[in-house]
Write a protein that binds this ligand. Structure first.
Ligand code: FAD
Ligand code: NAI
Length: 467
């Protein structure tokens, strides 16, 4: 006999666990299945949270070595990598347990095992011990997330040739770390190991780092990272890796073809993107459509082409971000409960947690140009912000793009201290359809970094006062 639920969620990441919690809040009977054994998905177990724990710790380490002296603090600094890793593991443990607590509170049944949809409304869950449980549900939400994109010809062993997962748990600081892919993971985890002592070389296929970011921000970002010690090989591809004793010999060549070159490394981090994780779920057998990238196709309400089956998060289109998955989770659960949930994709922020941080919401200058939208630009550097000076973090700027005809804010791009927190104000402004003048005329506390956002908004109309 099948256990019957109003809705069953497959996948316990930010998409899946938030969907299950919202379903429970709305009074529906829900279960959330994950095969990992610990809930929280990629984000809590091997993504956002452990990476931010190491970014925080390694930033303090570098600060103690390089900045404390300037503040009159003398100290002897040493690295205890084991304790740093314990800090990361403790945070992950607490947060993943927290998800189970939230399930209990919202009457969601957690189920550990690998799920497969055998027919619309029917799910089979196979536990690690081989036991099989059958569930029935009017609604099934697929929230199976994503997995590491492999690099052809390079086998990840998670010890010397690692994905982000291995890079979060290295047992010692590699002398030379070669990063393949100048995207978010490469620059965040590259920063962690550079701060702890590695020489970091990044090989990127394209002619720029962080594709998708505003071009001006990306250029400034590369200049700052280079000053910190990163070395970049742009327009370059990795064609092979050979293990020569303790050394990895990496063959690279120009992306457009040309003479090969060999780089040596002790550890290689492969981070060239992630791919949706939708195999083995039985989707082809029951006719759920996927696109050529393997992403589950849905309409704007997260419904697949098979009635009663929904999809959210990394396994469908859109940015692979935890908060995007969470927003889709809330909207899908509300739709299932007969409410009007929806996601505003124009106001989804994105943050790179390096130092300085990079945070964006909305359109880039390149996107506005391509769309033929006339816009005004307001910029303000952190070097002119009082608070930034007091915390010795004056690199970077805030840039606000507003529609020329209406002054509506279309994009905000920040590179600088606390950019990830500062972007919340811009996101809220955009959600409310604010003009740059709305931001410029809002009182901002002094002395805070938020004043840089206000001054950039003033700059849109040419009345920046603190420059
Ligand atoms: P996931 O979190 O991937 O969860 C899917 C879950 O489904 C997994 O636990 C998997 O075990 C389970 N599953 C899959 N198939 C089955 C099955 N058949 N049966 C049962 N269970 C199954 N995003 C941010 O917004 N901010 C960040 O700072 C950030 N940092 C990141 C750092 C790293 C190193 C990585 C790798 C990613 C990071 N991300 C970050 C991205 C973020 O982790 C993802 O966007 C987010 O986890 C997606 O959530 P999801 O619920 O769609 O999928
Ligand atoms: P990414 O898409 O950010 O960057 C991949 C980079 O690799 C790109 O610059 C791409 O041009 C390059 N590349 C692709 N193929 C290549 C090749 N063969 N050789 C050299 N370079 C190549 O992907 P990344 O960094 O792996 O991260 C995956 C996803 O995880 C991100 O897109 C993001 O959605 C999510 N994430 C988010 C974080 C955040 O929000 N702070 C942190 C980490 C991950």
């Amino acid at each position: 006999m099948a256990d019957i639920f109003d809705a069953v969620v497959i996948g316990g990441g930010p998409g899946g666990y938030n969907a299950a919690i919202r379903l429970g809040q709305l009074g529906l009977t829900a279960a959330c299945i994950d095969k990992r054994g610990r809930f929280g998905g990629t984000c809590l177990n091997i993504g956002c949270i452990p990476s931010k724990a190491l970014l925080f710790a390694s930033e303090r380490f570098e600060e103690a070595k390089k900045t404390f002296g300037k503040l009159g603090i003398t100290t002897e600094v040493g690295l205890d990598l084991g304790t740093m890793m314990q800090h990361k593991d403790k945070v992950v443990g607490e947060l993943t347990k927290g998800v189970e607590f939230l399930f209990k509170k919202n009457k969601v049944e957690p189920i550990v095992g690998e799920a497969r949809i055998t027919a619309p409304g029917k799910i089979e869950v196979r536990a690690a011990d081989g036991g099989v449980r059958t569930l029935a549900a009017k609604n099934i939400i697929i929230a199976t997330g994503s997995d590491v994109m492999p690099l052809p010809g390079v086998t990840i062993d998670e010890e010397r040739i690692v994905s982000s997962t291995g890079a979060l748990s290295l047992k010692s600081v590699p002398k030379r770390l070669l990063v393949v892919g100048a995207g978010v993971i490469g620059l965040e985890l590259g920063s962690v190991w550079r701060r702890l002592g590695s020489e970091v070389t990044v090989v990127e296929f394209l002619a720029r780092i962080t594709p998708g970011l505003d071009g001006e921000v990306s250029k400034t970002f590369q200049r700052i990272l280079t000053k910190q010690g990163f070395s970049f090989h742009l327009s370059t591809k990795v064609t092979g890796v050979e293990k020569k004793g303790d050394v990895l010999a990496v063959t690279v060549e120009p992306a457009a073809g040309g003479a090969p070159q060999t780089l040596e490394a002790d550890v290689i981090l492969v981070c060239i993107g992630r791919r949706p994780y939708t195999d083995g779920l039985g989707l082809d057998e029951i006719g759920v459509a996927r696109d050529p990238k393997g992403r589950v196709i849905t309409d704007s309400h997260f419904k697949t082409n098979v009635p009663g089956i929904w999809a959210i998060g990394d396994c469908r289109e859109g940015p692979m971000l935890a908060h995007k998955a969470e927003d889709e989770a809330v909207a899908a659960a509300e739709r299932i409960a007969g409410r009007a949930g929806h996601v505003n994709y124009d106001a989804i922020p994105s943050v790179v947690y390096t130092a300085p941080e990079v945070a964006v919401v909305g359109k880039t200058e390149e996107e506005l140009k391509a769309a033929g939208i006339a816009y005004k630009v307001g910029k303000f550097p952190f070097s002119a912000n009082g608070r930034a000076k007091t915390i010795l973090a004056t690199e970077g700027f805030v840039k606000i793009l507003a529609e020329a005809a209406t002054d509506k804010v279309l994009g905000v791009h920040i590179i600088g201290p606390e950019a990830g927190n500062l972007i919340a104000e811009a996101t809220l402004a955009m959600e409310f359809g604010a003009s740059s003048e709305d931001i410029a005329r809002t009182c901002h506390a002094h002395p805070t970094l938020t004043e840089a956002v206000r001054q950039a908004a003033m700059a849109v109309e040419g009345w920046t006062m603190q420059m």
